[in-house]
Design a protein around this ligand. Structure first.
Ligand SMILES: CC(C)(COP(=O)(O)OP(=O)(O)OC[C@H]1O[C@@H](n2cnc3c(N)ncnc32)[C@H](O)[C@@H]1OP(=O)(O)O)[C@@H](O)C(=O)NCCC(=O)NCCS
Length: 153
């Protein structure tokens, strides 16, 4: 368990977090929120790194998942979200760093809406660089940018 400012702790998530994760996804992603099937998968599939940030009342305020693929030496950050009231406190950056460390692979990749400025700023600060575009990836036809970070050995 990692504790930092305002009694926020980062702990492993599990299938018991399904209800709170569903709410977090709906609040943070709206129409782009994952369907229930994907949320169950991310909370149960083996090898997935799943971490949540909880407040002093043990409520989930943020979540990240990573999917490590050792054969390709690459881990994918598949989702990250912080409830609006808890943003700009470095919770997202800390979750990202912990997930990268847990996956422990030389390359980390993720995709992000091309116009998601807060996320792009966070990823740039964390050392991610734009490597590819996935055209019309989102429900409204918006493009996704694929970003990559090369971690130090
Ligand atoms: C993107 C997202 C995860 C960032 O989470 P976050 O916890 O706010 O991220 P951080 O706090 O680490 O960094 C965000 C900003 O807060 C600032 N910040 C961090 N700690 C701060 C503090 N103590 N005081 C003031 N500002 C602070 C950072 O400098 C950064 O500023 P910038 O955006 O101007 O560069 C969050 O905005 C979110 O959930 N968005 C909706 C879901 C989403 O888009 N997910 C990404 C999909 S790819």
């Amino acid at each position: 368990m990692t504790t930092f400012s305002s009694a926020i702790c980062i702990v492993e998530a599990s299938w018991r977090d399904l209800g709170e994760l569903r709410n977090l996804e709906a609040v943070c992603f709206g129409e782009d929120a994952w369907p229930l099937f994907d949320l169950i998968g991310v909370l149960t599939l083996p090898r997935i790194v799943r971490l949540k940030a909880v407040n002093g009342d043990r409520k989930m305020v943020a979540f990240i998942a990573g999917d490590p693929n050792p054969d390709e030496k690459t881990g994918w950050i598949t989702t990250i979200a912080v409830l609006p009231a808890y943003r700009k406190q470095s919770i997202g950056s800390r979750l990202l760093k912990m997930c990268e460390e847990r996956m422990g692979l030389p390359f980390v990749r993720l995709c992000v809406r091309h116009d998601n400025k807060p996320a792009l700023a966070m990823y740039a600060r964390a050392g991610y660089r734009h490597v590819r575009v996935w055209r019309a990836y989102y429900h409204d036809g918006a493009d996704a940018l694929v970003l990559e970070k090369i971690r130090e050995a």
